[in-house]
Design a protein around this ligand. Sequence first.
Ligand SMILES: C[S@@+](CC[C@H](N)C(=O)[O-])C[C@H]1O[C@@H](n2cnc3c(N)ncnc32)[C@H](O)[C@@H]1O
Length: 256
Amino acid sequence: MRHLHALLLNLAGRGRRLQQRRLSRAEAETLSPGADHYAAYVGPPTEWDLMGATQFRLLCALGLRDHHKVLDVGCGSLRGGRFLLLYLDRGNYYGIEPNRWLIDDVVARELGEELIRLRAPRFSSRNDFDPSEFGTAFDFVIAQSIFSHAGPDIILPALRNLGRFLRPGGLILATFIHRETNREMPEEAPGWTYPGCTTYSAPRILELLGQAGMIGRMLPWYHPRQSWYAIASRHEDIPPEEFDVHLSGQVRSGFE
Ligand SMILES: C[S@@+](CC[C@H](N)C(=O)[O-])C[C@H]1O[C@@H](n2cnc3c(N)ncnc32)[C@H](O)[C@@H]1O
């Protein structure tokens, strides 16, 4: 009897989640980040557009060209991916996303199968940050709001894996949440924390990069809650500080 009750509850929960996934973008705006809808699971649903555009703009500011290959780690519902797969040459956008339903829903609801056939992005559902199955190296790897949910036990192997697949001159762009300005959140929580976040002090981020054999620095690019880092294996590949005047990415407010 207890098993039957649990089964019925489970079925009802699954039904509710499926119904939620079918909400329109406007209806989904009241959902909390992490809810089962392609525009909400990946962050505040009212920012789904903005957080995609800001990733694309950062890559363009850093010299992205159509012949480049881009790996979007934890690409989610293609917030940034939908801009990238249109801009890049056919087949040059790669995404890793263990929650495949996010890609399926955004393709069904926003992009369409025909676009996917034309632009030929490649996707993997792996959860170990290993892009070796794609058989290529990348000019840019972007990890937006991934390490802000990950403990050092995830970040270190992830950086080591991803670093092996950077082309000469290539960059990893990743966001972190700074401990210094977010003391109410946990610090360096191990494993994957979601939809909650975990924080790192600025010196600790640089230390983690060093432990993974990488170097990096913070970029002054706009993010409503997190901080962007440029990461590479060679010092000369990190954008010089003189270039920071071109890297504000600030968004005009009051125009919503
Ligand atoms: C906050 S969302 C960010 C999504 C996307 N980068 C964006 O900015 O829209 C975090 C994403 O990481 C994905 N994720 C969770 N574990 C992962 C893993 N082990 N490897 C890659 N992605 C993972 C989640 O499914 C989710 O889509």
